[in-house]
Design a protein around this ligand. Sequence first.
Ligand code: ZN
Length: 133
Amino acid sequence: MTRIALNWRKIPQRYNLIGTQCVTCETYYFPPRIICPKCRRKGKMDEYKFCGEGEVMSYTEIYSPLRGFENIKPYILAIIKLKEGPSLTAQIIDCKMNDVKIGSKVKSIFRKIVEEGDEGVILYGYKFKLVKD
Ligand code: ZN
């Protein structure tokens, strides 16, 4: 069976943490926005690749995962505030629930998210890992 990395190039922000920055007011957006809500027509948007550093704002352990996630339950899902400002929801891997705290420093890594056995489709995306200090 041939496996297809479905989202590999189609949706670059899913694996590369690409958002936008408004050149006018210097605000960062993730996911990317076309128009800056602060500057409206005066704003000018540029593509921006986030450095992937951030900290945990809140987190939870998921025991009843969505279809495709069954083999990795339970897993930790967190709201992460990126260094540049925007926040996003992502999985934290390679750690236990007790290791995660509000304010924990994290770094993004590129990992396989879902493997659909029947169709042979693998989805890739960003996940986060605790930064040991
Ligand atoms: Zn702006």
